[in-house]
Design a binder for this molecule. Structure first.
Ligand code: UT7
Length: 393
């Protein structure tokens, strides 16, 4: 049986017109353009207009993606709408989008916080590879602003509204999603959550009075988690695709914070120029963040056919996910061809990467060890980390 791949054939986006700048926020909470720019890199974000709903934004992005793919809504076999801000608790955002698009297929809502679109894309890939469906629309859409407390400076400066859509279609040539990883650490659920308004604590005057129907976030906790997971998840997924970080043409990380992206680039030992950023214009648009960056990178000509793009997201759950996508059609990685010179070359380069990773893992704790307890303590500390790292690889 020939292998099936989920090829990326369409993309589109919708961003509301209304801009909320750092200067606007200075008038709403005790913050400054300088603080927001230095700590996050964000300059402005979009906020939904009066007529924008989760469904209307998803449909606008979806229609654009269908046009690029050259198919109609009737050609779709399945729709996955990734969102944490649906129009209603019931029915699912998937059904509303299916009806508004005029599609005649199954549809579902996937909620995985800011990792939503990556989760949706991986599910679409699995459904296409298994031969269940041939054409799937995956949309990341958020009206995060509805869940934001605009008196809480710790969250209101970060988020914005947007939608972006992708079409995946069956192909028998290596293309689309080459490798992926999905993860969840529910023990850290309360680092980023909405405590009230669900069935555990239904909406009530008390919930509203205590502002518990808004997003609550332990920023530094999420920051620590994200700085760790961005680089490590990317590395594992790139290796699973039979590639090396140097083979990736563009990295598209979740657009939450420029400092997290810079930490990821350092961890990957890749130039920051290879990491796409548009967070300065939109802030963190949650499940729309990665696909919106993907669409803009394609529109700017940074991703042509043949390019390989590695994407990573993280968010409420806490969840994370990463995918490597082949634009257009590619070839089977030499790393996957047994007894070939290409595989030998790949394995030699991977060995070099592992040595560098190990040295990096040992070097990082060496400095704090040195400051705390001098050379013997630094060496002891570094050796401990080195052994742990070697055992894990
Ligand atoms: O999709 C996932 C979504 N979440 C994230 O990606 C969040 C990840 N976390 C972050 O990006 C960062 O933790 C933040 C940008 C949220 C915060 O930056 P930080 O460098 O971790 O700051 P902090 O929370 O440690 O706060 C440092 C100081 C505090 O003041 P004191 O206690 O030192 O006096 C905060 O009260 O900065 C203060 N602060 C602010 N000051 C001005 C917090 N928010 C603001 C603000 N403007 N907007």
């Amino acid at each position: 049986m020939t292998e099936r791949y989920a090829r990326l054939t369409g993309w589109g986006r919708y961003v509301p017109e209304k801009r909320l700048t750092n200067v606007d926020l200075e008038k709403m909470v005790e913050t400054s353009d300088e603080w927001i720019t230095q700590r996050t890199g964000i300059k402005e974000r979009r906020i939904r207009g009066e007529k924008d709903t989760n469904t209307s934004m998803a449909v606008a992005a979806g229609q654009e993606a269908l046009k690029v793919a050259g198919i109609s809504a009737q050609d779709l076999d399945f729709i996955i709408v990734c969102t944490s801000s649906p129009d209603y608790l019931l029915p699912s955002a998937g059904s509303l989008v299916q009806d508004a698009l005029g599609a005649d297929c199954g549809a579902v809502q996937v909620t995985a916080g800011c990792s939503g679109w990556v989760y949706g894309a991986v599910m679409a890939d699995a459904l296409i590879r298994a031969g269940v469906h041939n054409a799937i629309l995956v949309i990341g859409v958020e009206i995060v602003s509805y869940g934001i407390d605009y008196t809480d400076r710790k969250t209101c400066v970060l988020f914005g509204d947007a939608a972006a859509a992708t079409v995946f279609q069956a192909s028998d040539q290596p293309s689309g999603i080459l490798a992926s990883e999905l993860g969840s650490d529910g023990a850290k659920a309360q680092a980023l959550w909405v405590p009230g308004g669900g069935s555990a604590w239904p909406i009530s005057p008390e919930v509203v009075e205590q502002r518990q129907h808004y997003i609550q976030m332990d920023g530094p906790e999420v920051f620590k988690f994200a700085s760790r997971v961005v680089g490590s998840s990317l590395k594992r997924t790139i290796a699973q695709a039979g590639l090396l970080p140097e083979d990736i043409d563009l990295f598209i990380p979740h657009q939450a914070n420029a400092r997290i992206i810079e930490a990821g680039a350092r961890f990957m030992r890749q130039p920051i120029e290879k990491f796409y950023m548009n967070l300065q214009y939109y802030g963190n648009t949650s499940a729309a963040s990665v696909p919106l960056a993907l669409v803009e990178a394609i529109e700017e000509g940074r991703l042509k056919d043949g390019c390989k793009v590695a994407m990573v997201a993280f968010g409420a759950g806490l969840t994370w996910g990463s995918v490597v996508i082949q634009m257009g059609v590619g070839e089977v990685s030499p790393a996957h061809v047994l007894f070939s010179a290409g595989r030998a070359r790949y394995l030699a380069k991977r060995a070099r990467e592992t040595v560098l990773d190990t040295a990096q893992a040992a070097w990082c704790p060496f400095i704090p060890g040195l400051i705390r307890g001098g050379v013997p303590s630094a060496v002891r500390f570094a050796l401990k980390i080195l052994i742990k790292h070697l055992c894990a690889t």
